[in-house]
Design a protein around this ligand. Sequence first.
Ligand SMILES: Nc1nc2c(c(=O)[nH]1)N[C@H]1C(S)=C(S)[C@@H](COP(=O)(O)OP(=O)(O)OC[C@H]3O[C@@H](n4cnc5c(=O)[nH]c(N)nc54)[C@H](O)[C@@H]3O)O[C@H]1N2
Ligand SMILES: Nc1nc2c(c(=O)[nH]1)N[C@H]1C(S)=C(S)[C@@H](COP(=O)(O)OP(=O)(O)OC[C@H]3O[C@@H](n4cnc5c(=O)[nH]c(N)nc54)[C@H](O)[C@@H]3O)O[C@H]1N2
Ligand SMILES: [Mo]
Length: 763
Amino acid sequence: MDKERKNEAYPYSSGGWGSLKAVAKILSQEKVTLKDSTVLLRQNKPDGFMCVSCSWAKPADPHTFEFCESGAKATAWDTTAKRVTHDFFAVHPVSELLRWHDHDLEEAGRLTEPLRYDAATDRYVPVSWQAAFDEIGRELNGMDPDRVVFYTSGRASLETSYMLQLYARMYGTNNLPDSSNMCHESTSVGLKEAIGVGVGTIMLDDFEKTDLMFFFGQNVGTNSPRMLHPLQDARKRGVPIVTFNPLREPGLISFTNPQSPVQMLSPTETQISTQYHQVKTGGDTAAILGLCKVVIAADDAAVAAGGPRVLDDTFIREHTLGFEDFADFARQAEWTDIERVSGLSRADIERAADEYIKANAVIIHYGMGLTQHRMGVQNVRMLCNFLLLRGNIGKPGAGPSPVRGHSNVQGQRTVGITEKPELAPLDKLAQQFSFEPPRKKGMNIVEAFEAMVEGEVSAVLNLGGNLVRSVPDRLQTEPAWSRLRLTVNVATKLNRSHLVHGAVSYILPCLSRIEIDRQASGDQAVSMEDSTGCMHGSHGVTEPASTDVRSEPFIVAGIAKATLAGRSTVDWDAWRDDYSRVRAAIAETYPEIFHDFEARMWTPGGFVRPLPARERKWQTKSGKAEFMVPQSLGEDPDMMERQPGALRLMTLRTDSQFNTTIYNLDDRFRGIKGSRMVILMNRADMESHSLQEGDEVTLQTIADDGIQRRVEGLRIVPYDIPPGCIAGYYPECNPLLPLWHYAKESKVPGAKSIPVRVVEQRR
Ligand SMILES: Nc1nc2c(c(=O)[nH]1)N[C@H]1C(S)=C(S)[C@@H](COP(=O)(O)OP(=O)(O)OC[C@H]3O[C@@H](n4cnc5c(=O)[nH]c(N)nc54)[C@H](O)[C@@H]3O)O[C@H]1N2
Ligand SMILES: Nc1nc2c(c(=O)[nH]1)N[C@H]1C(S)=C(S)[C@@H](COP(=O)(O)OP(=O)(O)OC[C@H]3O[C@@H](n4cnc5c(=O)[nH]c(N)nc54)[C@H](O)[C@@H]3O)O[C@H]1N2
Ligand SMILES: [Mo]
């Protein structure tokens, strides 16, 4: 395996000169001039704007360059000199644009004016903002609110998100799904059940206090590169890092700091993972059970010998529930099962558990490799079981660290974007705004698309996002989208979801957070919450893409006013003109979190949201932190594993994309160039399938629902990946992911474990 690794896919450490070259390349591709590129110096600074890429924490004492390769690319993508004007649409009818690649659509540039679809000419044509708001309001008022869906992709600010949820509820629905429905919802459900808060408990300074870190299914080098800095500092202190990931991801192996002159001039790299375990996809519950089994056995032995305890028995006694049942389950688990399902040897699992036993404070970082599975919530609960064994929650240097995706995805939930009525302060909103909010559960993403396929949805309003590309089962869901009566897309750039439009369809171009937001009361700021629960202010620094783009709060206020007319107690115009009024309303709804919001939003490093679990107060059903007994070791009990030729497909991201936004076709870290239509496969599986490097295959989903799901033209790349597991890219492989293949408790699509087989091959 090691030999294969050196030869094939790992030419780079993460960061380093490769990273700087990639930044220079995209700045020139987007024609961002040197003057504009000083924008990067104000990224993630207390006096600047918060990056539009990932949601990693922003330190109080930032580096001069507090941005990473991904962040620089995202900034260049938004500050591009390229523009899409009505001339563009005059030349390109929608039927033609539907044949364009995702990359080319967004690469065309920033949207510049509001547009309405014109069926007679098959073109998007300019429309005034007021005409757009009026028609949208009229359409919505003719619909049953239960048939309308308000989607938020995770970029919108706290202010915009709060306005949107309030508007949707005043209109009459809790249909407020957001991107976390496809992402960390398994965390929101699993952590809440286990420790009483649905978010991670660690903060940046815990990196300075920890003795050991784990990584489960999170690809830091590609998806949250700024986090490599505190990781590197921890490694310098000698903190070990133990990684469980089917792929040997370069960012988890080593890092050359592109901002450190010493490291750039000499070839030294920091080793990131001190142990690397290539677990099978979907094998994490088994692997973590193995870890727990070793720790519990060591404690049993210590008790028998009268030695010091290995478990934190005081913590377990005082703070937890369900330990004995779980411990018995772990004691009785068979190593042969654990080894088979995880694909790891007992000796390797023991090595990892030994590090855990030695450490006093342990952090576990994790991502989509755990959450996007049928058993995604169970994976999260298993992580909590493991942490609870030695009291690794609610003490310095320890805790679960779900690394969030979009820059404000966590914050949107904090201010009421949720389809679950019990998670929104409905009574408070009712009293504050004198209306009766709907109490009926709204639809999450999977439910919204199930309903859409059945013809039970009339309209979708999208605050960002590109749902026809990001949701499962594209061959079913895309046609359903085009049967909608109304689609409204608030967006910065053109994407496929705008083109597969409803009968009445609008594209409403919005400001990027990087741009100066001028309203009647002056320049406006917005705010967001990072992955560690800290709130930050952000104000734009560049000129808007055009004079006819509007801010997200402006657009939400416009639609709300047009829809609700006299039916709302909110002065939407006043909120539009001065966002501090929105913040005052947020502070009134959530005083514990947002008191003195206006002053505190500029706190360097952000202001901290209170989290009871950090103080070992458990807001669970039992009032204790809860252990859980897993239902199944395998990822997916009904996955037809024994079918001949079955392979388990995980869908991945590259450094050259941000979700459905494709910057270019390369995967620099994994050494793949020029195409995203590839499948990474183990050599043993290639042999058993009689496949050679470069062969093209068609994959078909294994399912017994009578629907044929296929993707053709995928080129085979030999790769160091566990046998039986293969990898392809998101969103290209989404037609293979059945809509019903989701985590039971959270409805997060199982994008990391799609059962498929090779049905055609061509040399
Ligand atoms: N450059 C860039 N940055 C991004 C994004 C982007 O698209 N591009 N997207 C943003 C968003 S919205 C999100 S949610 C985050 C996502 O960031 P991550 O959580 O890192 O998500 P992925 O890249 O989808 O996959 C994570 C890792 O899981 C591993 N994996 C797959 N299956 C399994 C498994 O069964 N077990 C284990 N242990 N590991 C597994 C994969 O090999 C991969 O390394 O990134 C955010 N940041
Ligand atoms: N198979 C598979 N499917 C997946 C995943 C996977 O790993 N595998 N990951 C899932 C995850 S984690 C996520 S988060 C979802 C993401 O799914 P989405 O939220 O649907 O997609 P994005 O690609 O993040 O949205 C991109 C679009 O947002 C718009 N946009 C960008 N910036 C702004 C802004 O500031 N304001 C507004 N209004 N619009 C803006 C642009 O027009 C751009 O085209 O996909 C999910 N789908
Ligand atoms: Mo995400």
